[in-house]
Design a protein around this ligand. Structure first.
Ligand SMILES: [Mn+2]
Length: 219
């Protein structure tokens, strides 16, 4: 089976709850669509678990990009942007690690892909943090490079997709699209929004199983 989670944001208790429910087997695959870290303090611990998980596949999110930008260039501006988005707890946990482990984490994060494509039944599934790279030309944010675009884009739900393709994305908490409902998966045509606002006051971590659309929510 194929499971997808996004925007964990350090919510280790939520992740444990979801993992207990799905009971991941060696033949299953778990995709994590980025934003593992920031806000709650366990992002680095979750990252290290993911790095050791043979059937987990993690994509890059904007929070991981903010961390890499800061480590590449620890300027006031990069620090401000990351900390403003909850990065301080992550940096603290990261700096407490031995250098070899810090290095392993940055190598891992730098090699994260921006998207994954898979075929399940009659559907092509495109998994992204915020947007497919192929939209960059048409939805170019001013001054954004393609990577920044792919992890920061605010999806509207009217963007074109090829026939037979479903887009699974995180990044934008689903109450943005359905404010009158408790946080749950947002389904609109070929779009599946799965960021249910983990680590926010009213949010919860969500996991979607692609084969049958089953939804699992952290307690
Ligand atoms: Mn995000």
């Amino acid at each position: 089976m194929t499971y997808v989670i996004s925007d964990i944001h350090g919510d280790l208790a939520g992740l444990r709850s979801v993992l207990e429910q799905i009971r991941l087997r060696p033949e299953d695959t778990l995709y994590i669509l980025g934003d593992v870290m920031d806000r709650l303090p366990d992002g680095v611990a979750i990252l290290r678990w993911l790095m050791a998980c043979p059937n987990c596949r993690m994509l890059l999110g904007n929070h991981e990009l903010m961390m890499l930008n800061y480590l590449d260039e620890p300027s006031e501006r990069n620090r401000w942007q990351w900390f403003r988005n909850g990065g301080e707890v992550t940096l603290k946990a990261f700096l407490a690690l031995p250098e070899a482990e810090r290095r392993a984490i940055t190598v891992f994060l730098r090699s994260r892909p921006l998207q994954a494509e898979l075929r399940i039944g009659e559907w092509n599934y495109l998994l992204v943090h915020a947007a497919p790279l192929r939209w960059y030309e048409s939805y170019n944010y001013k001054n954004y490079d393609p990577t920044t675009f792919a992890v920061w884009y605010r999806l509207k739900g009217d963007e074109p997709l090829p026939e037979g393709t479903r887009l699974v994305f995180g990044h934008t908490p689903t109450p943005y699209y359905q404010p009158d409902q408790p946080p749950r998966v947002w389904r609109s045509g070929p779009f599946l929004g799965i960021d249910c606002g983990a680590a926010t006051e009213t949010g919860r971590l969500c996991c979607l199983r692609l084969e049958d659309g089953a939804e699992f929510y952290a307690d």
